[in-house]
Each structure stands twice: as C-alpha cells, then as structure tokens.
Design a protein around this ligand. Structure first.
Ligand code: 2M8
Length: 436
C-alpha cells in the first residue's frame, strides 16, 4: 500500500469510529464501544493531522467526565452498549462521593497522557493561536488531575504514584501481573464475557484472569473507590514505569505550555518540584541494574518485579534515564527484543517462558508502545534503531491491516494482526509516524 493510501485508510478508520453526536471516538467497533482515556489521547494526536476540531472535541469529551476531585476515569460510558463487559452497572462510579454527576464512568484511571497530548497537538496543527486558546481553557483541568495523583496515589510522598488495577496500567494481562495473581485467591465469579465474541479467545485473557480483575474492583467498590482505603487494602498496588513515565512526560509538557501561556508561576514551580522528586525516585527505585532497564515495583510486597517488557523502555520517551543508562537500555533492547528474526518491539520479553506471541499484552507488538519507543529513542539520538521501530510499525500495518496488536515473529507471514481490526490508536499513531 502506498503512503497516501495508508494515510487515507487511517483517516477513514478514525472518522468511522468517531461518534459525531457525543464527540468522541471508540477504540474499536464492538470490542470497545465507549470512550477510553489513553486511547482518546492518542486518537487526538491522529486527528490533529487533518481535523483539529475533532482533536479538540475528543479531549473535551474526556474532560467533561472528570470527577470533582480531579480524577479522570479510564472509561466514560457516554452511551449504552451491550457488546462490552464489564459495563457501567458493574463499575458503579457513583459510589465515590466526588464522581462525575453527569457521566457514568469506571472508578479507575489509565496512563495520564493528556498533558503531553496537548503539547503534541499544539505542535502538529497550523493554527497555533486557536490551539493555544483551547489549551488555555483546558490545561488547569489536567494540572488538577496531576495534583490528584500526587495527593492521593503517592502514600509515601516519594513522587511515584501507584495503580491498583492491571486495567489502570493499559498493559492489561502482561505476565508482570502473574506474580501478583499468585498472592490472591478470588472466588470464581459468574459473568458473561463479551470480548471473546469479537476476538479469538486464544488472543484474550482467560476467565480465571477476569476473576482477578473483577475481584480488585469489588474490593475498591466495597470502599467506595476511596484511594486511601485502596492503598491500605488492595492486593494489587504497583508503581508502574510506563504509567509514571506518562505522568512525568505530561508534567514536562504542562511546564512548557504554561510557560507559553504566561502568568502561571505558581503552577510551574509546583510542576518543577514534582518533576525533580519524581525523576530522582524513579531512577533510584525502578531501574534494575541486572536487567539493564526499568521494571515495575510491587508496593504491596515491597519488591521490584523483575521482568522486561515494552514498559521497561517507556522512560526514554520522558527523558528519565541518564545517557549512560539509556546506552545500556538500548543494548538490552537489541539483545532481548531486537533479533533479526523479529519486528520491534514485543510487549514482553521474548526469551521468557511467560512470553506468548499471540496473546494480548503477553508478547504481541502494540503501535502505541512503538510510537513511544520511536520518540524515546530519538530523544537520545539513537536514530537508526528509532527508524527501525518506525519502519517495523509501518510494515506490520501495511501487511496485515490496522489491527490492535501484531506478532513480532517475522516467520509468521499470514494473519499476524490480532485482536480488533480498524483499531483507532493504530490508525491515529500511524498517521503521526507517517508525517515526515
Ligand atoms: C484494553 O483494555 C480493556 C480494559 O480497559 C479491555 O481489554 O477490555 C487495553 O489494551 C487498554 O490499554 C486499552 O485502552 C483498551 C481500549 O483500547 O483495551
């Protein structure tokens, strides 16, 4: 497919997935019929390339569902749909006294991408004045969201925030969480999966894994989604390098945007203080010398979770590693993930016995993580390997279509696109990768 054709197809997917009435984009028809938090951020970047109005509407639709305490939920149920489980009646966000009164949502969040998304879309669009006005109207809401994280998700006040659910990580059934599942013994819940009516069950989490996912939500619901109670009681309490890297990147973008806007000295100094603390602690606590990259930290059991995944390299995107660590990380990346027989970058260590090349977040390549890796490698001027990540992403979409995830093995030459098709963030971020 030519570059023009790919771009046209990507725009077509985004436009078809856009809900004109409510002003947001579904990640994928049938499989994900609502608005998802970090998907919307990536989608806005795609729209910024050809329809800045839709980019703005996407961000606004998400922010309209912000809670009164600054929290931005992971799913906004703008509409009804029976093609997804668990829906609004399971999540019951209204249990929290400060939940949105106008929108039904989940009571968990997702990687905080909005800050850097505002900066990205500003950089992309032609009409800077118009976009800066939009940013002026919305930036404080994002700042308020970050304030919520540091006040309610950082019990040790160390600059690193926790997640209490694998769905908050975005990397839902990563083998990283297996270590945590071993510490839990949830009941066998009765529920009807919907995802496996859209996608081959071999590419999705198991029913038993859903038991863990639901159990964590039941615990949070039993305490009305109170962060302090969750910090005290949730068996899943993790400082995730991807999640925290997104927050740090978004802090950095907010500083740049407030400097452009002017007259926000207090907020800039607060953001700078958060940054200094967060980056220092991130490097002390999440870097693993033995593995040569960053890892997750299990805050409940006070130990690093020693596995490599695509999240291990996300800190490059946020300028967190020193140059020395970045050099080591690139060696790790090439050695473990970048053999000639593989496309970059598998979502989990291909040498691990937990690696599964077809299953959701247990191994396949995801375009959003590749987009971050491409930009992160460029931050440190690893141009050749960055270009390889970009070319691999384009090749996979060209060969197999705009799938949700892809097989990293070059030996698999047919049907190597998995999960949902016509997937919004694959389309949006491919548009961004194709920009030059
Ligand atoms: C996937 O997660 C949802 C739950 O949030 C699911 O499997 O039902 C993940 O890939 C997540 O990162 C993504 O935001 C969501 C929608 O694309 O799908």
């Amino acid at each position: 497919m030519s570059k023009d054709n790919l771009q046209e197809k990507a725009k077509h997917i985004l436009d078809a997935n856009f809900n004109e009435d409510k002003g947001f984009t579904i990640p994928c028809e049938g499989l994900y019929p609502f608005q998802w938090n970090w998907d919307s951020g990536f989608i806005a970047i795609g729209f910024a390339h050809y329809d800045s109005n839709k980019a703005k509407r996407e961000v606004e639709a998400l922010l309209r569902a912000q809670w009164e305490n600054g929290f931005i939920p992971h799913i906004v149920f703008h509409n009804d749909s029976d093609t997804y489980f668990p829906g609004p009646d399971f999540h019951l966000s209204k249990l929290h006294p400060l939940a949105s009164k106008s929108h039904r949502t989940t009571g968990m969040t997702q990687p905080p991408v909005l800050g850097f998304v505002l900066k990205e879309i500003y950089d992309i669009v032609d009409d800077k004045e118009d976009m800066l006005n939009f940013i002026k109207q919305n930036i404080d809401k994002v700042f308020f969201n970050h304030q919520h994280f540091y006040n309610h998700r950082d019990p040790n006040q160390e600059g690193l925030v926790f997640i209490y659910h694998n769905w908050e990580s975005g990397t839902d059934n990563s083998p990283i969480w297996d270590d945590i599942w071993e510490t839990m013994d949830p009941p066998n819940y009765k529920f009807e999966r919907r995802d496996t009516t859209h996608v081959d069950a071999a590419q999705r989490p198991t029913n038993r894994e859903y038991d863990y996912y639901l159990h964590l939500i039941e615990i949070a619901k039993a305490h009305n989604y109170d962060d302090a109670k969750i910090a005290e009681l949730s068996p899943f309490l993790v400082q995730d390098p991807l999640f925290n890297a997104m927050l740090i990147k978004s802090n950095e973008a907010l500083i740049e945007l407030y400097e452009m806007i002017g007259d926000s000295e207090d907020k800039i100094s607060t953001l700078k203080a958060w940054q200094e603390k967060a980056i220092t602690r991130f490097n002390e606590k999440l870097y693993n010398e033995k593995l040569g990259a960053y890892v997750h930290y299990d805050l409940r059991n006070e130990k690093q979770i020693e596995h490599l995944s695509s999240s291990s390299f996300a800190p490059l995107f946020s300028n967190i590693p020193t140059k020395e660590h970045a050099d080591v990380m690139v060696k790790t990346l090439i050695k473990k993930f970048g053999g000639e027989d593989r496309y970059l970058c598998a979502s989990f260590d291909p040498e691990s016995d937990r690696f599964n090349p077809k299953k959701y977040w247990r191994g396949p390549i995801w375009i959003n993580l590749n987009w971050m890796l491409y930009n992160g490698l460029n931050n440190y001027e690893f141009t050749d390997i960055a270009n390889r990540v970009k070319e691999d992403s384009i090749t996979l979409v060209e060969k197999y279509g705009f799938f949700e995830y892809f097989d990293s093995r070059k030996s698999v030459t047919e049907h190597a696109g998995y999960g949902g098709n016509n997937f919004s963030w694959s389309a949006a971020l491919l548009l961004d990768l194709l920009k030059d």
